[in-house]
Design a protein around this ligand. Sequence first.
Ligand code: F6P
Length: 357
Amino acid sequence: MRAVILSGGGDAPGVNAVLRGFVHAARGASIDVVGCRYGFEGLLDPKAMLPLSVEDVRGILPKGGFVLGCSTRVNPFFATTGASREPHDLGPAIVDRLRSERIDAMVLIGGDGTMVAAARFSKLGMPTVGVPKTIDNDLGETDVTCGFDSAVTTGVHAIDALHSTAEAHSRVMVVEVMGRNAGFIALHAGVAGGADVILVPEIPYRLERVARKIREREALGLRFSIVVVAEGARPFDGDVLQLESGRPGLLPRLGGAGERLVRQLETLDLGHEVRLTVLGHLQRGGSPSAFDRNLGTQLGTHAAELCAAGTFGRMVAWRDARVTSVPFPDEGRLHKRVDPQGSLANAARLVGIELGG
Ligand code: F6P
């Protein structure tokens, strides 16, 4: 068997562990591995395919980024390449080309968009396995995605560091974190970092509740506050802010939620200066956590086991602390969101964190 592997969408810490795990386990199962550079973009370029051996993946376990490269600009089913600027479906042509290059299987590492593409390639007759990876942790049917733990760890370190300067200057520090339309990074980093307010997309916020929390702390002699806001958070009477709108097959870029909140807080005469830190792509960078290395290794090796067994049309998943696989999630099961009544949100409220709604 000859299998091509690529990562769709953005990078995430731990994705190199997936690749390394896959290549090692594939060798044991006599599967030849071909790496596709720059994600889906590489599927359109014959020169982007390269054979991968165990030697090629040595030493990549602690590396951030993705050694094969990524692209978020191409969706093969809504491609805007060539003469036509109109999105067109290159799926069947890609499958034909892969077949002509004697590729028998495809392993797609990615988030919700990549799993939709995996299901479509599967329907086109290309035996496909998916591997869940995104710092956002917003993909359904898996308890956790590769990259999430590292992004949360980065967020916690940032919140820890901001505490001391917030306290020294008696400031309100707003920290904007990534996560698209899910608040997992904000909630997990915020609780672990001891934030005072956490605003997630799943709970539209009321500004007066944020202000009340800051004033309550002031009354206790606590002259600073840390407010974590997810990029997809919105006030009760406002919209999610975008930096760039989406187009067919590609998601919008979110951003501006932190800046809006700072402006809102500045109108309230809180008696504190308000400052903004946008963590941005720091959350995607750096060396993966031990958890993500181990998770990536298990997801990658299991993907090879599925290929070796001829079990396709499935996404590897992490459920109840073990690796397993599920059919590609359909639209109803594709997305996962923070449960506002879930145990971490509940614990957050019980330790006095304001969730804004
Ligand atoms: O999906 C991962 C993610 O990092 C989101 O949290 C964020 O909204 C987006 O990707 C950023 O995308 P880009 O790297 O294209 O700016």
